[in-house]
Design a protein around this ligand. Structure first.
Ligand SMILES: Cc1ncc(C[n+]2csc(CCOP(=O)(O)OP(=O)(O)O)c2C)c(N)n1
Ligand SMILES: [Mg+2]
Length: 1033
């Protein structure tokens, strides 16, 4: 290793020296092909002695060096000698020895002093070989720039401000030279036309030779053209891993790789027929319906089928897909194989919906299907995740669901479950979530071990051209950040598409890393079937109108090759059209629309066969004294030997042990009890978010770090019981949108897991707003799919300034679906019914015990709803914010509202009820005590804000009939909870008493940046809350 480093370090300065070499004078000499030692010696620098190591070649030389290290025979003898001499410490210029003629006798290892004089003919030979090697490398690096990727032949990808060349076919030297000048700054490195028929030794970094190791230059060029500049453009040379680069070179350079059997071609044709005729059928039957057809990119269907076939052959049993609108119905019909009549039903707007919820348009719905893959003859499950219009938002959700499925089936390497993501060209380049999702791809707790990305690159986004839609040459450049190879392919060549998809699937299943297939195509119609594209892209669409359909072109080719006859083709078309017609007839018999048929993640056994919860009650969420003690002790211990923890942490653990002895919990311990008890009951718990392992506020410490050994960690939560479920706690990348989407997807896979995402501070959730609005708050209504994800949002006005204070409760409450003006019908299962009917649960607990219960209820209740928890910051260490074990024992449960025990002794004397939630309770209790108002003011905590505990609020207001009603909050008036609770309290008391407000005034920012102002505001609001004369009318 050391040897490698020193030699590489020696090589590197040569690259830096390129700038020197390209200064006036020397540059001209090099350009003119006069690459002699005399010329560069003038530089008088060490690099000048070995000019062939100039900057452009240095990568190449480095690669040669690595190859040489593996085996000296991997490189030409001249390089072997050079590296040996360099390694032996030869001074600059002395390591080079002119090579023998090709095929000549081996000179053996020459001694260093004898190396200096080089014979001109051998110099030329080395230089020409270098030039050829550079040429090969240039094709590998930049061949895709001149590949014929665009079926319309109109694209002009701007790589270097020069117009790009397209449409070149013959290997003709002068034109080729011009071409190469475009793709390499140096052109041909001194090779002349007379060299075309000379034979050159091929380096180990190419496979164009097949079984030959030397070829004439003409043939080298022809093969490189065929590998890199036809309908496939391979972008991969940025990948850091040399082995992976070699793998790709082999796949694309090996002669004859693009030849297919008759059988393969016929299957491909059948798939193209289905893809094409499906769209035509929909167009015939529902010409005025939006369907975001696939016309212009029909080869997407065989592309996906190829990826799935190949993956199934490699052992993949489940494929989870996410995709936008374009071609979605076609994918459902022809890839996932949703019954056609179910798809056609969705076009029948008069059908009545059978399910609760508001539903969604047909091109957003999800799907789940298990069937035998015909190619592999193995079962495969395919699901397409439902998604909103928000492009790319589904990407992290798909990844999370994939990760969960891998996790639950013990697939630690992604061999059985994989994901495929489809993208539009404009969205892939434009949406930041794509980047966030890529950055999850290689993180231990988030990797899905490789995703195949397929871009439907129709070179337009709605009405916008790529030149104004992105700053990168390709829409796929974002994938380069994770070293994903990118295979651009002309989608008008179904065979090339199939080949590329085969390689992509193989890549994924070999290296378990992401890969991108860029299907360069066009959009035959407008953005949707109603849209007129000629308004904005007149020339493009004139061209498209002339463009023959890809199926037509393909079948003509196959007929010419004798693969099929016209009659066979026509029969195949007629047979598929018949299938569509028959399904259409059956769809007419459907009376009711079932959105349930479009579920992407069924939870077998969790509901009754009718899809209802198995009960409408929730058992006690308390646990036994013994269990509390046991989990508490684990939380206070280091359960492995010889593990040195930080001294400060020892004190924290000691504090926990003391609490256990005193039978109390603080916040962190309450959470420990909830997680630990669920794990013991076989429920997987996964907590993810920024710095969650320790906890932003240094209170959690779920992962202990050995102070003496790097990366040695211990997670005591996994030592609770031998048959417990595993606990996953993971610091995430610094992303909210991506990570929350991921956890939502994870929670989708199984109802028997508590999946929590914690924001660093609650206000950061708004960079994940799309996931909250589009999936969490409304997912069930749109897609009849429940989800029990928990959001932990640190919240509280503590003088930390506008940005770390508010989790924006008003936003969550505004999206709750309970009616402020209706007191729900009283019933025995009132609380459960409310929970069942709501779109999500919003709580702000004031005690660790209640936090413990609400987390456990999340799993013990017989259905799943998202839970939003506003979590504390200062309360984490507040001496009074502790709960006794008594509040967590069997028989106890989550308290939706905590009444005031002290005031309740003589209710008639109570003049005011202050309703509040969360941390302000402790300020109010202290102030009340200071003012001696314990008997005249009741402070009632509403712990579950939504669904609103109408029944319990009524009990409290009835208990104190003479009291006025005040809502007190520390947030500003236009924020917090006021707008949500006020109408509901009014409804509860039948508008018989007004609800007064004590809190901060309205404001634009969530909190002041001035600590003193913060304290003054707090004092004022407490004054108002306890001024019994304040609200007299
Ligand atoms: C986040 C988001 N912003 C805007 C839109 C509105 N919109 C719908 S389709 C579309 C163009 C998409 O272009 P592209 O990704 O290339 O897909 P194509 O329609 O061309 O297949 C836009 C802007 C959206 N759906 N989502
Ligand atoms: Mg597009």
């Amino acid at each position: 290793m050391h040897r490698l480093r020193t030699t590489v370090a020696r090589l590197r300065p040569f690259a830096a020296a390129q700038t020197v070499a390209s200064q006036p004078g020397t540059a001209a000499a090099i350009k003119g092909g006069c690459r002699t030692f005399q010329c560069v010696r003038r530089l008088n620098a060490s690099v000048a002695a070995e000019p062939f190591l100039n900057g452009t070649s240095s990568n190449y030389v480095e690669e040669m060096y690595y190859a040489w290290l593996e085996d000296p025979k991997n490189v030409h003898k001249s390089w072997d000698i050079f590296f040996r001499n360099a390694n032996a410490g030869a001074p600059p210029g002395a390591a080079y020895q002119s090579p023998p003629p090709l095929g000549g006798p081996s000179p053996g290892l020459a001694r260093v002093p004898a190396l200096v004089q080089a014979r001109p003919n051998t110099e030329k030979l080395v230089e020409d070989h270098l030039a050829v090697h550079t040429l090969i490398r240039a094709y590998q690096v930049r061949g895709h720039h001149i590949a014929k990727l665009d079926p319309l032949d109109i694209s002009c990808v701007d790589f270097d401000d020069a117009p790009c060349a397209v449409g070149f076919q013959n290997v003709e030297f002068s034109r080729f030279k011009e071409r190469m000048c475009k793709i390499t700054a140096q052109g041909f490195y001194g090779l002349a036309e007379s060299d075309l028929d000379k034979v050159f030794r091929l380096p180990k970094t190419t496979f164009i030779g097949g079984s030959e190791n030397a070829l004439p230059l003409r043939e080298i060029i022809r093969r490189l053209e065929s590998a890199y500049c036809q309908h496939i453009g391979v972008e991969f040379m940025f990948i850091n891993d040399v082995k992976q680069c070699q793998w790709i070179r082999k796949k694309f350079e090996t002669p004859g790789v693009l030849q297919f059997s008759v059988e393969e071609k016929r299957t491909l044709l059948a798939r193209m027929i289905r893809a094409t005729r499906f769209e035509e059928f929909l167009q015939r039957k529902w010409s005025s319906e939006k369907r975001f057809g696939l016309e212009g990119c029909e080869s997407l269907i065989p592309a996906l089928k190829t990826i799935i076939d190949k993956s199934s052959q490699s052992g993949v049993e489940s494929v989870i897909m996410g995709m936008p609108h374009r071609g979605r119905l076609n994918v459902l019909a022809n890839v996932i194989r949703k019954e056609l009549e179910q798809i056609f039903c969705q076009f029948e707007s008069k059908l009545e919906a059978a399910d609760e919820g508001s539903g969604d348009v047909k091109y957003h719905l999800g799907m789940y299907h298990r069937r035998v893959n015909r190619v592999s003859d193995k079962y495969i499950t395919m699901s397409l995740v439902a998604n909103p219009s928000h492009l790319e938002a589904v990407d992290p959700v798909v990844q999370g669901k994939t990760k969960a499925e891998q996790f639950y089936c013990g697939d630690t390497e992604g061999k059985r479950v994989m994901s495929i993501l489809l993208h539009g060209d404009a969205a892939f380049a434009g949406q930041g979530i794509v980047y966030e999702t890529f950055h999850l791809s290689d993180l231990p707790s988030y990797t899905t071990h490789g995703t195949v990305h397929v871009v439907v690159n129709n070179q337009i986004g709605f009405t916008t051209d790529p030149r104004v839609a992105r700053s990168s040459p390709y829409p796929t450049d974002v994938a380069r950040v994770v070293n994903a190879p990118i295979f651009h392919v002309n989608a008008d060549d179904p065979e090339a598409v199939m080949y590329v998809c085969n390689v992509a699937a193989e890549w994924r299943n070999t290296f378990h890393k992401d890969v991108v297939v860029d299907l360069v195509c066009f959009r035959r119609n407008g953005h949707n079937e109603m849209d007129e594209p000629m308004f904005t892209q007149p020339l493009m669409y004139k061209r498209i109108k002339k463009q023959k359909g890809v199926l037509q072109k393909f079948v003509e080719k196959l007929i010419a090759e004798g693969v099929v006859t016209t009659q066979e083709y026509e029969e195949e078309v007629a047979s598929y059209d018949r299938i569509c017609e028959e399904a259409y007839a059956r769809s007419k018999d459907e009376k009711i629309l079932h959105i349930k048929h479009w579920l992407d993640s069924p939870w077998p056994g969790f509901f009754t066969l009718e899809g209802q919860p198995k009960s409408m009650s929730c058992p006690s969420t308390g646990i036994s004294e013994e269990e509390l003690g046991h989990i508490g002790n684990i939380a206070a211990s280091v359960p492995v030997e010889d593990f040195t923890i930080h001294g400060g942490l020892s004190r924290i653990l000691k504090g926990r042990a003391n609490m256990v002895n005193q039978r109390v919990c603080d916040w962190a311990l309450g959470e420990y009890m909830a997680f630990g008890s669920l794990l013991k009951e076989g429920i997987h718990v996964r907590l993810s978010g920024q710095d969650v392992e320790r906890g932003t506020f240094s209170h959690r410490h779920h992962v202990l770090h050995d102070q003496n050994e790097d990366k040695r960690i211990c997670i005591p939560m996994n030592y609770i019981s031998p048959d417990q479920a595993p606990y996953t706690v993971c610091n995430s990348s610094l992303s909210e949108y991506g990570v929350l989407g991921f956890e939502l997807g994870f929670a989708m896979a199984s109802p028997n897991a508590l999946v929590l995402w914690e924001a660093q501070f609650g206000d950061f959730h708004n960079t994940a707003q799309c996931i909250i609005d589009q999936f969490i708050s409304s997912g069930q209504a749109k897609w009849v799919r429940q989800n029990g994800i928990v959001l932990l949002l640190p919240h509280g006005m503590e003088g930390m300034g506008p940005e770390h204070s508010s989790a924006r409760p008003e936003r969550f409450l505004q999206m709750c679906n309970d009616d402020p003006d209706v007191f729900p019908k009283p019933s025995e299962d009132f609380a459960m019914r409310q929970l069942y009917d709501c779109n999500w649960i919003v709580v702000n607990c004031s005690t660790p015990g209640n936090y413990f219960h609400v987390l456990r209820r999340q799993i013990l209740q017989p259905f799943r709803k998202p839970l939003i928890v506003f979590t504390p910051k200062s309360l984490l260490r507040h001496p009074e914010a502790k709960s006794s074990f008594d509040d967590m024992l069997p028989g106890t449960h989550f308290r939706r509202l905590i009444p005031d025990d002290s005031a309740a002794a003589q209710p008639d004397k109570v003049k005011r009820i202050i309703f509040c939630t969360g941390k302000i309770y402790y300020e109010l209790a202290r102030e009340r005590k200071n003012r001696g108002l314990d008997e005249s003011v009741a402070v009632v905590r509403i712990e579950q804000l939504s669904p609103f505990p109408f029944d319990l609020v009524k009990e409290e207001s009835d208990r104190y009939p003479n009291a006025d009603l005040v809502w007190c909050q520390e947030e500003h008036k236009n924020q917090g909870y006021y707008d949500y609770v006020r109408p509901r309290i009014c409804t509860t008391v039948g508008h018989s008493r007004p609800v007064w407000y004590a809190g901060r005034g309205s404001a634009a920012a969530p909190a002041t940046g001035n600590k003193q102002t913060h304290l003054t505001e707090l004092q004022r609001l407490l004054e108002a809350a306890f001024d019994l004369e304040a609200f007299k009318t």
